[in-house]
Design a protein around this ligand. Structure first.
Ligand SMILES: *[C@@H]1O[C@H](CO)[C@@H](O)[C@H](O)[C@H]1NC(C)=O
Ligand SMILES: *[C@@H]1O[C@H](CO)[C@@H](O)[C@H](O)[C@H]1NC(C)=O
Ligand SMILES: *[C@@H]1O[C@H](CO)[C@@H](O)[C@H](O)[C@H]1NC(C)=O
Ligand SMILES: *[C@@H]1O[C@H](CO)[C@@H](O)[C@H](O)[C@H]1NC(C)=O
Length: 354
């Protein structure tokens, strides 16, 4: 596998202006949903704390509303675990209450009535609450970032939360890619600084077709490689992992990611050290093929240490503060922190509450 992969890598790097933090010498500490361990997820407060803590990349999720607006939220439906209803957007709105409804079936105005900052998720007991916090649009997150980051140093890793199995649960591939691409272009950040990630590889292929400047990241875990009655996984856009020549599944996964021109391989590395989905072979093959590797969601330092030993370029974590500290201890250079005073001033200006 080494020779052909290596030649391809050299050509790719020579032809590309793509610069991940890893390639400019940083270890890429990615704040998962901003930094879900430390503040309510996917919110301006979690992004604020991520920047104060020195993430190099803000990782976040996008849904698409009924009226086509890109919002920063992970779940397909609004859950009572994270959000509370306030009042209907118009008296007698038949869709009210909104908790329990799909984002694809709600307008932005309806979504903006929700309080998604008053509840601490049970699995993350250290989350800071910001009562009344509204779900933000992607445009609003970029506007907050502009306040903090005039030099445009933040790197972004933005996911399409689209469901290829139950297709009426979310909007279409075309709707997602068009709306997200427009928001990326309007952001004021160089497109090379906004990675587009997904479990649904259809959106990654479509984004590359639309604009090859956008780096893409293949998310993968045990669930989205399971084949259905057709012998393929609905998540992988017709890509057949078994058909690649690598000697083990990890290598074949890296080769599959390369086959859709992805720039980053993002495999699962949760659970525990003895049950890692991410393997050394997977990382090595990805590197041979010119991809960087950023596993998720790593909330244990024994796993983080193992991955760093295997040479990953970044780690997506709910606790960016602690993973950054480990990276520094191990001699990696890391992104600098933003001033707390400045970030909090921008948060005050931009945070919307019900
Ligand atoms: C929204 O709700 C309607 C009615 O329940 C349903 O038919 C539709 O498929 C849903 N999803 C989307 C993406 O519009
Ligand atoms: C999508 O369709 C399925 C099956 O037709 C239905 O059970 C489900 O409620 C629909 N979901 C939405 C969000 O409309
Ligand atoms: C996937 O690839 C394997 C190995 O080449 C092959 O046996 C299998 O038939 C392929 N599946 C489909 C659905 O093409
Ligand atoms: C590690 O995680 C796997 C997968 O979740 C689980 O089956 C196993 O029991 C765990 N082992 C330990 C030692 O916690």
């Amino acid at each position: 596998m080494i020779a052909p992969g290596f030649v391809a890598t050299v050509l790719l790097l020579a032809a590309s202006s793509y610069a991940r933090p890893a390639q400019v010498g940083f270890f890429d500490v990615q704040g998962h949903r901003g930094g879900r361990g430390e503040a309510i997820e996917n919110s301006l407060p979690s992004f604020a704390w991520g920047l104060i803590d020195g993430v190099s990349t803000l990782e976040l999720d996008n849904g698409l509303t009924k009226d086509g607006v890109v919002v920063v939220w992970h779940d397909e439906a609004i859950t009572a675990e994270k959000c509370r209803d306030t009042s209907p957007v118009t008296p007698g709105d038949p869709l009210f209450p909104y908790v329990g409804k799909q984002i694809a079936n709600l307008t932005l105005a309806q979504i903006k009535t929700l309080d998604c900052g008053s509840q601490r998720v049970a699995a993350y007991p250290l989350q800071l609450l910001y009562p009344g916090t509204k779900i933000a649009t992607l445009g609003e997150v970029f506007a907050f970032a502009h306040c903090v980051d005039q030099k445009r140093e933040i790197v972004w890793n933005i996911e399409s939360k689209i469901n290829p199995v139950q297709t009426n649960a979310t909007r279409s591939v075309d709707d997602f890619v068009k709306a997200q691409h427009a928001a990326f272009v309007a952001s004021g950040y160089p497109l090379s600084q906004i990675t587009y990630q997904s479990f649904d590889w259809r959106t990654l292929i479509e984004m590359k077709k639309r604009d090859s400047r956008v780096p893409t990241a293949t998310l993968i875990d045990l669930n989205n490689i399971v084949v259905d009655g057709t012998g393929l996984s609905p998540w992988l856009a017709g890509v057949n992992i078994s058909s690649f020549p690598g000697p083990d599944e990890g290598s074949r996964i890296a080769e599959a990611a390369k086959s859709i021109k992805a720039n980053v391989l993002s495999p699962y590395a949760g659970a525990n050290l003895t049950a890692l989905f991410t393997t050394k072979d997977m990382i090595q093959e990805a590197h041979q093929l010119g991809l960087t590797v950023a596993p998720w969601t790593v909330n244990r330092l024994d796993i983080a240490e193992q991955l760093m030993e295997w040479g990953v370029d970044g780690i997506i974590t709910d606790y960016p503060f602690l993973v950054r500290r480990l990276a520094v201890q191990r001699g990696h250079s890391v992104a600098s922190t933003f001033s707390q005073e400045k970030v909090m001033g921008c948060l005050d200006k931009h945070l919307q509450r019900v």
